[in-house]
Ligand binder design. Structure first.
Ligand SMILES: [Zn+2]
Length: 139
């Protein structure tokens, strides 16, 4: 986190209400600090700034890596990923009505992001089920 700076980290974390802005994992469920994701990757010229930062868990950040696009599993088309600064989470994702631990994409962007970030991995589902039992999920 040396390149981010404490003040920026705190502002990003407060703005995100201390949850991953992709999968909504709360900081309270994670031993490590949630990370700062460059929404537009540094490799593509994305700045280290409040407007290009999103709070992300290690899992989501590692899977997103340098991506800005991914395949929509329904259509097989390349689409842009969810952009936490421009998009509203609720417009692109929802908790599956039959299983609130699962994230469903509402749009091509939502589906592609769920798929690339493997937001419904077995481990993620297990963690969300535990969080449900202690009232931390869904947010
Ligand atoms: Zn996450």
């Amino acid at each position: 986190m040396a390149r981010i700076g404490r003040q920026l980290y705190r502002r990003v974390s407060d703005r995100a209400e201390h949850r991953c802005e992709y999968c909504k994992l709360p900081q309270a469920a994670e031993v490590m600090d949630l990370t700062i994701d460059h929404v537009i990757p540094r490799a593509e010229g994305g700045p280290t700034s409040l407007s290009n930062s999103a709070l992300a868990c290690l899992w989501c950040n590692a899977h997103k890596w340098k991506s800005t696009k991914a395949l929509d599993p329904r259509t097989g088309r390349w689409v842009r990923l969810f952009h936490p600064r421009r998009d509203r989470w609720e417009d692109h994702f929802k908790w599956a009505p039959e299983d609130l631990a699962r994230i469903e994409g509402r749009t091509a962007t939502g589906r592609a992001t769920v798929d690339l970030l493997e937001m419904n991995s077995g481990r993620a589902l297990a963690i969300r089920r535990w969080l449900m039992r202690i009232g931390l999920h869904p947010p």
